[in-house]
Design a protein around this ligand. Structure first.
Ligand code: MTE
Length: 322
């Protein structure tokens, strides 16, 4: 359940374990086999993943949006070392190991299709850095694990308003950079996905208050492995909708092709709303493992954001439109 105005149970910066404490603790616990996070993410000593990826991440100014969850945040080292970013490899530690090759500055995004102001926008022209806000969202991966992440960014709607969609725009399609020189998972042959990575949203989903473009997390710029310099966050959908390192936004009339649906249409649909009632053909979606915790928890319909988004699907059969 998320809140917009601050309520008594809102988890403020001061209530949760401060990031500094996690970081200090990291040197203390590095190498300790009992470390819950390290054990559950299946990696070696936490620091190893940072060995090559030493881009200095600038702190970002932000205001508290009031969007929060009372659950503790997933430690930063888990958020930045247990990733899915297949352009850098399919292993969970591959992105942290390999994404140092990505050059997120300078960056531009091509905006086209049914918009009144198409063009190639520099990152700085698309994102109003004076309007950054923090949102603490649950991310529920289709692989049945989840995290709680303090993102920094702007609502996607603020960007959409800037480029002015026209009446033909029924969906927005996104694409990730696909550059063999920077991304070792993008190859000439035997690719796991058909690059570029593609995602899409219906316009009403894209304009929803919750839909967010993140440019940072934990108070700093996005690490490359998390999708620098800008990635989508759609907290009521499975994590694969949250496309990283976006270079293209196309406003289109028909439902766009998306990478996972194209690769396995019987397993992944366009909507991909978190739904404990609809199992993945190969595993249940009823429960999830919160990274950093032992045991499992019940998965919530729409990842717990139903109050904000259930109306978008009121007339749809979500078993068919998975
Ligand atoms: N975006 C691109 N371009 N390539 C990817 O492989 N993986 C998706 C999504 N965005 C992916 C992507 C999946 S499956 C998940 S669960 C989330 O990114 C993971 O985001 P995180 O690594 O920041 O936690």
């Amino acid at each position: 359940m998320i809140i917009k105005s601050q309520k008594s149970w809102y988890t403020s910066e001061n209530d949760v374990t401060p990031e500094k404490l996690y970081l200090n603790r990291r040197s203390f616990i590095a190498g300790t086999a009992s470390l819950a996070v390290t054990a559950s993410v299946g990696m070696g000593a936490g620091n190893a993943a940072f060995a090559k990826n030493d881009r200095i991440l600038a702190p970002l100014p932000f205001r508290d949006s009031g969007y929060g969850t009372a659950e503790p945040r997933t430690p930063e080292e888990a958020v930045t070392s247990y990733n899915n970013f297949y352009e850098f490899g399919t292993g969970k530690s591959d992105p942290a190991e390999n994404a140092w090759r990505l050059q997120p500055k300078p960056w531009s995004v091509k905006v086209e299709g049914h918009v009144s102001r198409p063009g190639i926008y520099d990152f700085e022209d698309l994102i109003d850095m004076a309007a950054l806000e923090e949102r603490i969202y649950r991310l529920r991966c289709v692989e049945a694990w989840s995290m709680v992440i303090p993102w920094i960014g702007v609502p996607l709607s603020s960007i959409i308003k800037k480029v002015g969609p026209t009446s033909g725009a029924k969906y927005v399609a996104f694409e990730t950079l696909a550059d063999k020189k920077q991304m070792p998972g993008v190859k000439s042959f035997f690719n796991v996905l058909d690059w570029p990575y593609r995602e899409g949203l219906r316009m009403d989903e894209a304009m929803n208050d919750l839909t967010f473009i993140a440019v940072g997390l934990y108070g700093k710029e996005l690490p490359n492995q998390n999708g620098a310099p800008l990635r989508l966050v759609v907290p009521w959908k499975y994590g694969f909708k949250s496309i990283k390192s976006i270079v293209r936004m196309n406003f289109v009339e028909g439902q766009p092709k998306t990478s996972w649906k194209k690769s396995a249409p019987s397993e992944y649909g366009f909507y991909s709303n978190v739904n404990p009632e609809v199992d993945h053909p190969r595993w249940s979606q009823k429960q999830e493992r919160r990274i950093g915790e032992f045991g499992r928890r019940e998965t919530m319909m729409f990842n717990g954001y139903g109050e904000e988004v259930a109306h978008l699907y009121a007339d749809m059969d979500l078993r068919k439109n998975y």
